[in-house]
Ligand binder design. Sequence first.
Ligand code: ZN
Length: 239
Amino acid sequence: MINVRIWNENIHDKEERIKAHYPQGIHGALAGIFSDCENVRVTVGLLDDEDQGLSEEALADTDVLIWWGHHAHDKVTDENVSRVIRHIHGGMGFIPLHSAHHSKVFRALCGTSCNLRWRHGDRERLWVCDPHHMIARGLPDHFEIPAEEMYGEPFDIPSPDETVFIGWFSGGEAFRSGVTFHRGGRIFYFQPGHEEYPVYLNENIRKVIRNAVYWAAPCEREHRCIECINAAAPEGEKA
Ligand code: ZN
């Protein structure tokens, strides 16, 4: 069983234009990715929850933490940020999505500004750079996101351990859209997911996030093996 916790600041989600495509919020759309995964248990933490949804009890019971934030990075208390980082150092997987590049947690883990170039309203083509990577399983060699916010280089992060995806935008920019780091736990930063577009309903995007959870989940074994992956994967997605 993999315990996934989806953390969302849940601010944009209250706007009508966002509710139009995410009636259950961004966290609801993300939770739906795992609705048919028998071996994944999902919990949700929101900024407005007690302990900002980041209590010791909740994190101790989390294998992989997915994080969506944009407007309220500074509202997450330093105490909670330290607690999340301690759990990642202890082996918890961490998947910061989209504007979580500027979350306190991701910046602290990277030790850099994590600044990037951005522009509203573009079309993105996501290229798989590492087709044998577990996170790229079952994907075509590239796919398109019809509407997405442009994130472009330079992206001020340390050299990633792996670059799984590179995004190309119709405005001409390119971006390291899916990158991994090891900081005790496994970290996968994934760029798509601007709130104004229904990106998390895209089947390929959902597959990436699901794969990333299997990849980032801590494993008792010294080396992750195909048996572990298959034990966690739903029927039809076994390697
Ligand atoms: Zn955005």
